[in-house]
Design a binder for this molecule. Structure first.
Ligand code: NAP
Length: 257
């Protein structure tokens, strides 16, 4: 078990990729703190079935403020006692042509996908450094994992705010990895390819888009949420202690094409 006695926090844990990561972490012996706005009972049942302990934490990460992000980390530390892994997975997408893209949609996507992950990492890193854990003799490390996207590298189609937020989170991953490697904090990211979740339902329901996406994926299928989980366990575990600032593509070969 790679995450025994570890407290792992996963945002966007109510469904999709976040839920799959929760289950994979549970199988590795972790105490899983799942964050989302909606009910987390389904994820809790799946985590317990996988042998893990589940702590639900309802929070809205859509404002993206420093104050609210710090409060979330503070409340989780009060509940769980410590924090070993934070996975910034919660994310939204809004689709509209650039000329019509609304200010409200732009701000919502940037707040959820960029501001909130940065301020959550800031609060977790601040706690880690100021509590002296970086200097403790134990081999403990803080692992921060951001869920980026193929649109950390590409522009996408009518999703300008999403592409901006995902390019930026890749940059923040590298920036924090530089600053915090010496603090025994690993900051890395995963760029999932096209995964069958609520986030991509509109694409899969459009026969032409669905087929063009499938035709371009060397593996020839949509990814499953569970396809992302193994890489996330790697980035959360001691197997990746000398890995910093990497964006790991898990995309069925899309970017290699
Ligand atoms: P999803 O099924 O739509 O799940 C999104 C999760 O984020 C839900 O648990 C949702 O929970 C949570 N969330 C959204 N807004 C939130 C808010 N304001 N506060 C708290 N939680 C919030 O999407 P997914 O496909 O699993 O996406 C997960 C991550 O992977 C996202 O960052 C996404 O950009 C990224 N990604 C996905 C794909 C893909 O093909 N699916 C590809 C590349 C990257 P509630 O609604 O319950 O709050």
């Amino acid at each position: 078990m790679k995450l025994k006695n570890q407290v792992v926090v996963i945002t966007g844990a109510s469904r999709g990729i976040g839920q799959a990561i929760c289950v994979a972490f549970a199988k590795e012996g972790a105490t899983v703190v799942g964050v989302a706005r909606s009910d987390l009972a389904e994820t809790g049942t799946a985590v317990q079935a996988a042998g893990g302990t589940f702590i639900p934490h309802n929070a809205d990460l859509g404002t993206g403020t420093q104050k609210e992000s710090a409060a979330v980390i503070g409340q989780i530390l009060a509940k769980a006692g410590k924090l070993d892994v934070l996975v910034n997975n919660a994310g939204i997408i809004r689709r509209a042509p650039a000329k019509d893209f609304s200010e409200a949609d732009w701000n919502a996507v940037i707040a959820t996908n960029l501001n909130s992950p940065f301020f959550l990492m800031q609060a977790a890193g601040k706690w880690w450094i100021e509590s002296g854990r970086a200097q403790a003799p134990a081999a403990a490390r803080l692992k921060l994992v951001n869920i980026a996207s193929l649109l950390s590298f590409q522009g996408g189609i009518t999703v300008p705010a999403y592409a901006a937020s995902k390019h930026a989170i890749a940059g923040v991953t590298k920036a924090l990895s530089n600053e915090w490697a010496k603090e025994r904090i690993n900051v890395n990211a995963i760029a999932p390819g096209y995964i069958a979740t609520e986030n991509t339902r509109a694409l899969r329901e459009d026969p032409a888009r669905n087929q063009s996406i499938l035709d371009r994926i060397p593996e020839g299928r949509w990814g499953a949420a569970s396809d992302i989980a193994g890489g996330c366990v790697f980035l959360a575990s001691g197997d990746s202690d000398y890995l910093n600032g990497v964006v790991l593509n898990i995309d069925g070969g899309w970017l290699g094409r």
